[in-house]
Ligand binder design. Sequence first.
Ligand SMILES: Cc1cc2nc3c(=O)[nH]c(=O)nc-3n(C[C@H](O)[C@H](O)[C@H](O)COP(=O)(O)O)c2cc1C
Length: 344
Amino acid sequence: MQIGPFELPNRLFVAPMAGVTDRPFRQLCRRLGAGYAVSEMVTSRKDLWHTLKTSRRADHTGEPGPIAVQIAGTDAAMMAEAARYNIERGAQIIDINMGCPAKKVCKVFAGSALMRDEPLALAIVDAVVAACAPDGVPVTLKMRTGWCDSERNAVRLARAAESAGVSLLTVHGRTREQGYKGAAEYDTIAAVKAAVGIPVVANGDIDSPAKALQVLQHTGADALMIGRAAQGRPWIFREIGHFLATGQMLPAPATHEVKRWLVDHLHEHYSLYGEHLGVRTARKHIGWAVRALPGGEAFRAAMNTLESADAQVRAVATFFDALSQTHLVLPLAAANDEPLAQFA
Ligand SMILES: Cc1cc2nc3c(=O)[nH]c(=O)nc-3n(C[C@H](O)[C@H](O)[C@H](O)COP(=O)(O)O)c2cc1C
């Protein structure tokens, strides 16, 4: 699997999720079998680049390459400038967000809202490709199947994007109007794959090795992108990779391994955010990790009251040590059998 000059170790991608796929989470997913991870969206608004939030998002220290940064915005010149800004800070691939329905983004007509205005969408693609060309930086595009049910224009946009020089397309199998409701459909992704020569990545509701195989077969896609199912279960990448390679399911991970992954993740999380913010923002990751485990809900409620990194790590370690007394491997219920969460 190749993006421009970059050869990827496999075809399993971590979906960009604002507020989730920060550097520590991306690194964890890469260690557990993901071949590629796109960073959280960086705004094209220059006035926000100096903020701590944006500079944390643009921090790729120690991350395995290629470094891919997603940008979002509505103005072609500003998007080109955002691409340059990120290249100067180490980005090796620039991803344009036309797939995110968040109000904060769509209100200003960015993200998936751009799919409704094809001339503007293509002006942005042209400007970003031109800005990246001098450094040979590939541009990728993430989109949905269309704006709404009657306007599924993914195939048209995909063809135009390919002609404009985009190197890879990711398609989430829902329209903008759907948000995260209903089920992802894969027919439009298959149609996009059939219409273009560049690699196509299928995304949406992939939550198990069997589903991954089904989506690959249905769409003919070159790669798969996984988002919500990796929350609290980052080892899903190696489970899918193993299944695709061998047709066999990997056994559930050992409880002590999951403890180690989570504790290591917490330390990396605190070192990026500092203790005060880090303890608070780590709660969602811990919550996802324990939600389907015996006693997980009660533990989550109690853990949410802890204020120090030390206490949080100790509580997590104690919870998993106790669980390993009764379960040497993670109980099967821990495989996310809850419906995938809505995007708040
Ligand atoms: C919390 C959250 C944040 C997201 N942020 C972004 C984002 O910044 N950029 C983007 O292109 N998509 C974003 N998405 C969409 C995901 O990348 C992905 O397309 C979507 O969740 C469908 O994949 P999944 O079913 O595997 O989760 C976000 C999704 C979630 C749940």
